[in-house]
Design a protein around this ligand. Structure first.
Ligand code: AHG
Ligand code: MN
Ligand code: MN
Length: 350
């Protein structure tokens, strides 16, 4: 019997580039290969975390005052190293670094900016629960080419993303990405060291049976959020919802993408602006969700419409199927800043 034809992520991105931009030079595929290489280096460490000296904290804190885990630092360095070797990358920005980094000599030539959360779900590393890497790719703006401060170039709304993706280091290692032409998933085949197409054209179910939020903060969720969750719990959608919450955004979102339902990280007393970071957690997730037919809001407007003012700014995130989000917006109406796009997104599903 013939072996099934395999499609690697590099082949897929090249095919997509040629389909949608015939003049593509392949530079995007070259950039993506830098990200996939870095995630394979991280995956190798995650798989052997208990055997190598990568468990535990480094002993210092990152820009957010959070204990840096050794794997946070390793994953961050792997991405910085691999992306520096991609001459078409001008700037990177990482959860683990205060400032954006402009690679020497790339201001005039580099086409891309890569923003990333190198290791998402750090609190789960030592207990063998799925963690991940999240990335977002932006275009280097012409007018930012010669500014000394690379931060300005990074502060673009999520609608400007050229591509976004994540890797879940779980029971298998899966990369999911979009370039605006649907959402596709690739499973790492360790026997050949390649990400192989396993989930083409992923569509988020219109509705599901799970809600995903850290109910330990229930008392500090805004009341409309509590009313919405009570509505789900009591069968308001015609069925009872179960709670699934892993504490790694990549894993909680990946389940929501494949099974439907809703993930929420609302405003809380501890994080009145939400805990998740807009640029390298909420935006890539929102881009993927919308490309798969889902909806992502910050409780007031479409996540992708928010213009960032700080690389590490936080946001509430409510992301899921059209029907869960349509109900959500009955309890938590969009703010005056709501964009028409989010209304259109929901009206289509109404
Ligand atoms: P990171 O490990 O990159 O800091 O991200 C952790 C985030 C996200 O992965 C997850 O959804 C959220 O923190 C969990 O927060 P709580 O522990 O407050 O529920
Ligand atoms: Mn994270
Ligand atoms: Mn992280």
């Amino acid at each position: 019997m013939d072996e099934p034809a395999i499609v690697t992520v590099q082949q897929h991105i090249l095919k997509e580039q040629h389909q949608h931009s015939p003049t593509a030079s392949g530079s995007f595929s070259w950039l993506l290969s830098g990200i996939t290489l870095a995630t394979k280096m991280t995956e190798a460490r995650v798989r052997r975390a208990g055997l190598l000296d990568v468990i535990g904290a480094v002993g210092n804190t990152n820009t957010h005052g959070e204990q840096q885990q050794k794997l946070d630092v390793f994953a961050d360095r792997a991405l910085a190293h691999c992306l520096c070797l991609r001459e078409n990358v001008a700037i990177i920005a990482s959860e683990e670094c205060e400032d954006a980094i402009l690679f020497d000599g790339r201001a005039g030539s580099g086409k891309y900016i890569v923003v990333f959360d190198p290791l998402d779900g750090s609190s789960n590393i030592d207990v063998n629960v799925s963690v991940g890497t999240i990335f977002s790719i932006l275009e280097m703006p012409e007018d930012a080419r010669f500014s000394e401060d690379p931060t300005e170039a990074v502060l673009q709304p999520g609608t400007r993303q050229l591509a976004a993706g994540y890797v879940v280091y779980g029971s298998s290692t899966i990369m999911v990405y979009t370039t605006g032409h649907g959402v596709h998933g690739f499973t790492l085949d360790p026997s050949i060291g390649a990400y192989v197409l396993s989930h083409e054209n992923i569509r988020m179910p219109e509705s599901g049976n799970y809600y995903s939020s850290n109910d330990a903060y229930w008392e500090t969720f805004p009341e409309p959020y509590r009313d919405y969750l009570t509505f789900l719990r009591k069968g308001g959608m015609g069925r009872r919802y179960a709670l699934r919450y892993i504490g790694s955004l990549v894993a909680d979102f990946h389940r929501t993408l494949l099974r439907g339902g809703v993930f929420l990280y609302p405003p809380t007393d501890a994080n009145p602006q939400g805990k998740l970071r807009l640029l390298y957690e909420a935006n890539p997730v929102a881009f993927i969700a919308e490309q798969a037919g889902g909806v992502a809001t910050d409780g007031r407007q479409r996540v992708l419409d928010v213009t960032p003012t700080d690389i590490h700014q936080r946001t509430p995130l409510i992301v899921g199927g059209r029907s869960e989000l349509a109900e959500f917006q009955r309890f938590v109406p969009p703010g005056e800043r709501e964009s028409n796009a989010s209304r259109e997104l929901l009206d289509v599903g109404a």
